[in-house]
Design a protein around this ligand. Structure first.
Ligand code: NYM
Length: 211
């Protein structure tokens, strides 16, 4: 349902390398916004609950092999299959805090050597976030953190390439947060930025599309 006053939720994306702290910070943001009475949901991509998501999950845990282009398109399809629900939620006034989005899609696939523009193409027309929060951490620091799991991509050499690809995607509207600071400090900074955007969206800032 649309809100009469055009008061919509904000679409907030957290991005960063593996082990940059996105997931912990996303759930803290959720409690923070809920605590202030803003209807909020925490989403993440890949969304492993759908059948496409299960194919992605099997690939990530090395239970299946897929051509690089194929998995790229599955990640994108996984966003497309959630896009109308996403729009409904935002328009009904729910703020979405989303752990990874199209930027992960392009950064990880172009880090494998796929063409940058080719990687961006299937994302054209998806809803654009109101805010991208990039948790900036050197790949070496991320690697020191509790060790990577056994999933694909979780290797220092590869994460260095991903960091470069994120760099190429960055635009001036991104908020870059130093991910090496104490968790509480990062959370404080995120809260401040996010509140600004939540109010702007409530005042009716229109939704836009990628890119
Ligand atoms: N990933 C995630 C991609 O390669 N492309 C995408 O479009 C998305 C959303 O999936 N290492 C990669 C980045 C991660 C991996 O994500 C699993 P997570 O946040 O660890 O569940």
């Amino acid at each position: 349902k649309d809100n009469d006053g055009g008061s919509r939720g904000a679409f907030i994306v957290l991005e960063g390398l593996d082990r940059s702290g996105k997931t912990s910070q996303s759930s803290k943001l959720l409690s923070f916004l809920e605590g202030l009475g803003h209807p909020t949901e925490l989403w993440r991509f890949p969304d492993r609950t759908t059948s496409i998501g299960q194919m992605i999950s099997a690939y990530l845990s090395n239970q299946s092999q897929l051509d690089d282009h194929t998995i790229h398109l599955l990640y994108s399809a996984n966003r497309w299959e959630k896009s109308s629900l996403m729009e409904t939620q935002l328009k009904s006034g729910t703020t979405l805090v989303v752990d990874r989005y199209s930027y992960s899609g392009v950064a990880f696939s172009s880090a494998k050597g796929l063409d940058f523009e080719w990687c961006k193409a299937p994302e054209i027309g998806l809803l654009a976030p109101d805010l991208v929060l990039y948790l900036d951490i050197p790949p070496e620091k991320a690697a020191e953190r509790g060790g990577y799991g056994g999933e694909r991509y979780e290797k220092l050499e590869f994460q260095r390439k991903v960091a470069e690809c994120y760099q190429a995607l960055r635009d001036p509207s991104w908020k870059i947060i130093d991910g090496c600071q104490p968790m509480e400090e990062i959370q404080k900074q995120l809260q401040e930025i996010v509140l600004d955007h939540v109010s702007a969206c409530k005042k009716g800032r229109p939704l836009s599309h990628l890119w």
